[in-house]
Design a protein around this ligand. Structure first.
Ligand SMILES: [Zn+2]
Length: 314
C-alpha cells in the first residue's frame, strides 16, 4: 500500500531525525505525551536539530492542531524501539508537565480523529488496544488481523512514564470512539469471548476491552462462562425447563430471585417481594434492551426460557 499523510496536518517542519523508508508496513499507532502544553510549531523546533536525536510522525498541540515532522513513509525516532517505530505511526500529544500528564479536550478530540484517519488511509477498519504489554505484543505477532491497527505504548519498550496515566486511562474510550468513526467489522460475541480466553484478558482490562469492542461486559462474561463450562451449561438447560416465565402480575419465588438479580445488575431498585409489578417489568425490559444489542432478543417484558438461559449463565 502506498504511503500517504494526514489531511488534518496544518503545520509541517520535517525533521532530519529519522531512519528513512520503513521496513515494515504500518500496523501500529503509538501515542506519546509531550510533558508540556505546547504548540505544533514548538514541537517542530524540538525535533528539528540533529543534536536532538528524536522525532515523531505527528504532533498534536494543546489547541488540537496537527503538525507533521516525519512523513508516514519513514521511520521516526520516538518509542525507544526500532522494531516498533518501523511499523508504528508515532504521535506526540501536548500534555501537562506533571502526573497524570492530562491532555486538553481539543487535543483529545484531535487524537481520536487523527487515529481514525490513520487507520482509514492505511486500510485498517478496527483499532485494538490491549492493556497488558506481553499480551499485546504476543497478539501482534500471532493474532493481529490484516484489518486491525494495534495501539502500543512507549513504556513497554523503555523505562518511562510515557504516554502517562491520563492517556492510558482514557485509551479504552479513545479506541471506542475511533472504532465508532470507522464503523469497522466487529467480532461476534463468540469470537470476542474466545479472544479474551486465548489472550488472557482478565479483570478490569476485560471490562474495558468488552466496552471498547462494542459489547456489554455481562454478555461477554456469560459467553466465556458458556465456553469454559460445558457441564454447567447442560445443568442450566435442565434448570431453564422448570423456571416459570415472569411477566406483569405473576407471583412466585422465581420473581423474587429475578428481582434480586435485576437489583444486583443495577436495573431494579424496588422491593424484593416476589410480585412482578410495573417496576419489575420495566427492569426486565431494560435488561432485554441491552441483551437485544448482542443477542437480538425481543424487548417484550416477558422473562421466558431464553431469558432464564442467559441470566443463569451470567
Ligand atoms: Zn514517548
Amino acid at each position: 500500500m502506498a504511503y500517504t499523510n494526514s489531511p488534518l496536518v496544518s503545520y509541517t517542519l520535517l525533521s532530519p531525525n529519522n531512519s528513512g523508508t520503513r521496513t515494515h508496513a504500518i500496523d501500529r499507532i503509538t501515542p506519546h505525551c509531550v510533558v508540556g502544553q505546547c504548540t505544533v510549531q514548538a514541537l517542530g523546533q524540538v525535533f528539528y536539530p540533529t543534536s536532538r536525536q528524536a522525532s515523531s510522525n505527528y504532533g498534536i498541540g494543546y489547541d488540537g492542531k496537527v503538525g507533521m515532522y516525519v512523513p508516514e513513509s519513514k521511520r521516526s525516532w520516538c518509542s525507544s524501539s526500532g522494531a516498533n517505530d518501523q511499523r508504528a505511526i508515532t504521535i506526540e500529544i501536548a500534555s501537562d508537565t506533571t502526573a497524570p500528564y492530562a491532555i486538553k479536550t481539543a487535543a483529545y478530540n484531535t487524537a481520536v480523529n487523527l487515529m481514525a484517519d490513520i487507520c482509514k488511509r492505511n486500510g485498517k477498519t478496527k483499532l485494538v488496544y490491549i492493556a497488558n504489554a506481553t499480551t499485546a505484543l504476543n497478539y501482534s505477532d500471532n493474532g493481529q488481523k490484516s484489518n486491525e491497527m494495534l495501539i502500543t505504548l512507549h513504556k513497554w519498550f523503555a523505562s518511562t512514564i510515557c504516554p502517562g496515566q491520563y492517556i492510558i486511562d482514557h485509551l479504552p474510550d479513545m479506541v471506542a470512539r475511533v472504532n465508532a468513526i470507522l464503523g469497522g467489522s466487529k467480532r461476534t460475541l463468540r469470537e470476542e469471548a474466545q479472544y479474551m480466553i486465548d489472550y488472557g484478558v482478565n479483570g478490569q482490562a476485560r471490562k474495558n476491552q468488552a466496552v471498547a469492542d462494542g459489547f456489554t461486559y455481562e454478555a461477554v462474561q456469560a459467553e466465556i462462562d458458556l465456553i469454559l463450562g460445558k457441564d454447567k451449561a447442560l445443568a442450566i438447560d435442565d434448570l431453564v425447563k422448570v423456571m416459570p416465565p415472569v411477566k406483569l402480575n405473576t407471583t412466585s419465588d422465581s420473581v423474587y430471585y429475578l428481582q434480586m438479580e435485576l437489583k444486583r445488575m443495577g436495573y431494579y431498585n424496588g422491593a424484593l417481594d416476589g410480585v412482578c409489578g410495573e417496576q419489575t417489568e420495566k427492569a426486565i425490559k431494560a435488561l432485554q434492551t441491552n441483551w437485544k444489542k448482542v443477542y437480538g432478543m425481543a424487548v417484550d417484558g416477558v422473562f421466558g426460557a431464553a431469558c432464564w438461559s442467559k441470566l443463569l449463565r451470567s
